[in-house]
Design a protein around this ligand. Structure first.
Ligand code: DGL
Length: 265
């Protein structure tokens, strides 16, 4: 493994770009290979077996393209596949998910009650509750699946009155009464963070995973002596099915002309 190899990142669609961008901001020399599994989006509505299968194939693809580390920039895939993939590739390549780093962060704070929103796959796995209970048994967790949000965002539908109404309707759920922090347990949700902040009017901490995960990636690369500081090489973007909104978001996020290649996995 060489430091000059790229960082492999994947999600079901555009959500993982929120993580990829945070990694680029923190590690500007690193090149990225990004895979958006748009053909199978939304992962949140898929079975654990299907998500596991896609995650395995994408990981193989990213390794075949020279990735030096794999970032599962998707909570749904992290919830069902991260442990298995970490075991499978142990000693070969490090696999970082988005859930453990955020749980470490949350449990390091003095919160008494936290809310979690994510896809049906993520919330149905109960992984946040389980990990938080292990580390902070007294912390109360209120979790709610919010399945309309990721497809809405993937379609470029946010920052308008309809998206705000849907967000408000989910966040006003009775179970969130008294939460001190709301965890955005879907990598699409940083794109609606402004609207979530507007709902809470600064009364609740809104925690997104992007920088926390970027730091976990930096730490892993540094420990493996794989941090790259040479001249930046080009990023590569792949999708399983071309969509206009993926292309548009990639341009907005990476502020440059990007080439998106469609590949079958
Ligand atoms: N971005 C993905 C996540 O973090 C989910 C979106 C989807 O349902 O495909 O869970």
């Amino acid at each position: 493994m060489k430091a000059a190899q790229p960082i492999g990142v994947f999600d079901s669609g555009i959500g993982g770009m929120t993580v990829a961008r945070a990694i680029q901001n923190m590690l500007p020399h690193e090149a990225m290979i990004y895979f958006g599994d748009t053909e199978h989006m939304p992962y949140g509505d898929r079975s654990a077996d299907h998500i596991m299968g896609y995650s395995e194939k994408i990981t193989e693809f990213l390794i075949s393209r020279g990735a030096k580390i794999i970032v599962i920039a998707c909570n749904s895939a992290s919830a069902v596949a991260c442990e298995t993939l970490r075991e499978k590739y142990r000693g070969q390549i490090d696999v970082i998910g988005v859930i453990s780093p955020v749980v470490d962060y949350i449990t390091s704070r003095p919160y008494k009650k936290v809310g979690i929103i994510g896809t049906k796959a993520t919330i149905g796995s109960h992984i946040h509750e389980r990990l938080i209970r292990e580390q902070s048994p007294a912390m109360k967790v209120a979790a709610l699946a919010t399945p309309l949000l990721a497809p809405m965002i993937e379609e470029g539908f946010y920052n308008n009155s309809i998206s705000q109404t849907i967000i408000n309707s989910y966040l006003s759920n009775w179970r969130f009464k008294g939460v001190e922090a709301m965890v955005l347990a879907c990598t699409h949700y940083p794109l609606i963070k402004k609207e979530i902040l507007k709902y809470y009017q600064k009364h609740v901490d809104v925690v997104d995973t992007t920088e926390i995960v970027a730091e976990a990636v930096r730490k892993s690369l540094s420990e493996q002596k794989l941090l790259y500081t040479g001249k930046k090489k080009p990023d590569h973007f792949y999708v399983s099915e071309y969509t206009e909104s993926f292309e548009k978001t990639t341009r907005i996020f990476f502020a440059k002309q990007v080439k998106i290649e469609e590949v079958e996995i």
